[in-house]
Each structure stands twice: as structure tokens, then as C-alpha cells.
Write a protein that binds this ligand. Sequence first.
Ligand SMILES: C[S@@+](CC[C@H](N)C(=O)[O-])C[C@H]1O[C@@H](n2cnc3c(N)ncnc32)[C@H](O)[C@@H]1O
Length: 212
Amino acid sequence: MTAQTHWQAWHEPYADETSPLSRRLRLVQQHIASWLDHRSGEGLTVVSACAGQGHDLIGVLASRADARRLHGTLLEYDAGNVAAAQAAADQAGLSNLVIKQADAGQLSSYVGAVPADLVLMVGVFGNISDADVKRSIAALPQLCAAGATVIWTRTRRAPDLTPTVRGWLRDAGFAEVEFHAPDDVRFSVGVHLFEGTPQPVNATGTIFTFLR
Ligand SMILES: C[S@@+](CC[C@H](N)C(=O)[O-])C[C@H]1O[C@@H](n2cnc3c(N)ncnc32)[C@H](O)[C@@H]1O
């Protein structure tokens, strides 16, 4: 599954604040923070698919006094990244987050972690086939609570799939809140609001397989 890509080394550009990856991270973090600002109450839930070292979610929650309003699960396959995310969560005192080594392409991995109020699909859609992107989006109602927000990313490397992705999200019951596609980079960041009806998880389902 991940034989060709070293998914720990993949995180290294985060050390450079000017890298496109860091720019993408800041956008994702802004949307996570803004989502928390706009959601009142306790008991909010989050799930992050292919969470890596958790820079986005842990990075936001580490500096928030209200971090405990949110609890959730980070699903990550690579053991080194799981350990890094766990260390970051521990350092920030975020015992409200579970870092789970699991295959996020299997819906069974989400059982107990969903329905979630915030679903992060960050760094996923650019690493799977177009058919799997479509399948994953169609399955999002199984991951989302009513009124959930999904934050997702996708490269716009030609042929740019993002117009199709946005259409698939519309078809799955999502309204677009934001779509960032800066001219000088190839990444994009989307934010979508779930307006449909949550569906039970089909725990035998597969939604994606990483290509690299
Ligand atoms: C492109 S990185 C994104 C990491 C993180 N979301 C971010 O944006 O910083 C993809 C991550 O998915 C992980 N991964 C690959 N296949 C996976 C799978 N089937 N289930 C869970 N994680 C997987 C990799 O180890 C890697 O950490």
C-alpha cells in the first residue's frame, strides 16, 4: 500500500513555513479553528482519515482553551506517523484524541469514531484513483453527523479533477462553503457542509486504496 512513498519523510516540507504544504496546512487549520468558533456546545466529534502526524488538527487544538469541546479519532496507517501524532497529542495534553493505527480505506476502521461533526479528508483524494475518490465521497454520509463539515484537499495537477469532485460532493448532499485554489500552487482546499441525512456505516465496505 505505501511501499513507494516514505510517508514520514513526506511531512518534512512542513518544517519550511513557505512551502506549499505549509500554506495548505495553514488554510486547513484556519478552517478547523473557524469551525470550532462557530460550533457551540460540548461533545463535538472529529474524524481524520489518513491523518499523518496530525499537524492540522493537533496544531489547532494545542493552542485552544476549548479543545476539550471536541473529541475524536485520527486514523493513520504508518506506525511512525502514528507515534509522531501520539507524541504531539500527548505533549499538548490532548487525551480527547485517539490516534488509531488503521486502514482508513476500510469503513470498519471508522466504527465507533463516526458519525462525526467534522471530517478531515486531507491528503487523501490526490493519492487514490478517481473511482475511489468518487466512492469515498459517496460514502461520506456514513461518516458525517447531521450538519457536519468536511474539509478536503486535492491536487489540481492536470487533468484537474476538482470540478468533478465538487460535483460529486453536491450529488452526495454537500453544499460548498469554501474552495481555495491559489494560482501559484497546485493544491486546493475545499470546505463542504453536509445537508443530507446521515447513513449507517457499512462496516464491510472499502472506499479507497492508496496508489503510492
Ligand atoms: C498525503 S499524507 C497526508 C497526511 C496528513 N493528512 C496531512 O495532510 O498532513 C497521507 C497519509 O496517509 C497515510 N496512509 C496511506 N494509506 C493509508 C490508509 N490506507 N489508511 C490510513 N492512512 C494511510 C500515509 O501514511 C500518510 O501519512
